[in-house]
Design a protein around this ligand. Sequence first.
Ligand SMILES: C=CC1=C(C)c2cc3[nH]c(cc4nc(cc5[nH]c(cc1n2)c(C)c5CCC(=O)O)C(CCC(=O)O)=C4C)c(C)c3C=C
Ligand SMILES: [Fe+2]
Length: 387
Amino acid sequence: MGRVGVLLLNLGGPDKLEDVGPFLFNLFSDPEIIRLPFRWLQKPLAWFIASRRTKTSQENYKHIGGGSPLRRITEAQGEALKEQLKDLGQEANIYVGMRYWHPYTEEAIALLTQDKIEQLVILPLYPQFSISTSGSSFRLLERLWQENPKLQPAEYTVIPSWYKQSNYLQAMAQLIAQELDQFPNPDEVHIFFSAHGVPKSYVEEAGDPYQQEIEECTVLIMRTLNRPNAHTLAYQSRVGPVEWLQPYTEDALKELGAKGVQDIVVVPISFVSEHIETLQEIDIEYREIAEEAGIHNFRRAPAPNTHPVFIRALADLVIDSLQKPSLKLSQVTQMKKKVKMYPQERWEWGITTSAEVWNGRIAMLGFIALIIELVTGRGLLHMIGLL
Ligand SMILES: C=CC1=C(C)c2cc3[nH]c(cc4nc(cc5[nH]c(cc1n2)c(C)c5CCC(=O)O)C(CCC(=O)O)=C4C)c(C)c3C=C
Ligand SMILES: [Fe+2]
């Protein structure tokens, strides 16, 4: 076996408050995050939404120490994984490739090319696949390697999602059990799984398997936990005016409170590291909503971070993938059969020439309306609450 590398993919987060604006611009510039029919509108809209959101987002980051801990934790996971692999007899270099902030995926690719990695395992740090997370990073890798084939290692394999991995399930069950046991009556506590949401259209129109994987993951964690507790699954972090997967976390909390539930353990299920959506959104915002709803005893299971059983899960995934036939990026998108990744598969209204002409005209009108709205502060986006 040649020189082995593991590329850990994650979203990235601003290291300090000044990074928040450019980080948000990168995020909203991604067509897998905001799916628009016209590519040229992506950057102006990204700039616009990022500018509107920066201040609120900065306030949120201030609550968690002025920046995201994601880089530090992901790098610590990488170091622990390297050690664990070594203990299991597998030497490997670990690289961290973030999608929207440093260290960018491009930086990781440059490093692993420089290190002459011959066999690469691509491991997204998202247990479940979504077009907007792992899908976006896979798309970027495909593009980087198409643009410069010399950057592609001799051999590589992708792990598309891994929410069924037994040590991952064990780690989650242990983290939940540890919180339940802080209550006087652990079996009476309600377990509240809070998954990151995505727009409903991703699942229903674009075929994103995310919701199905989240639901299955919840069942598997409950089975591994093997306790009698009642549980709920809801979706957090909605952005913008369109409908996202439901029930929304805030509504589900209010409903439980109304039913008289007083003790809960919230389990962040789409994340393997602490970050703004656990430390600020769950620990501060949702806790407040829960308390107002009468849920007085609110605890949260920590994200797996560098929990040894979780690190063992990552190591097992790497070793298994090196022993199995390799899986290519193109196979992953083919495997998720009906998944419409942007922009390789276009929305239906964009595929004929006349439709393209009309799309262009309508888009031009929309862009003019957006500029007028930016200048005057009045218009449709204000009316629907996006601005
Ligand atoms: C606007 C659409 C968004 C979709 C769709 C989305 C999906 C998605 N995101 C994560 C995980 C993370 N998101 C993070 C930050 C973040 N995400 C969005 C928007 C969407 N996410 C925004 C606007 C932000 C910035 C923070 C904010 O202003 O609210 C992060 C990084 C957090 C950090 O500590 O910096 C992660 C991680 C998942 C798992 C997911 C879909 C499954
Ligand atoms: Fe997000």
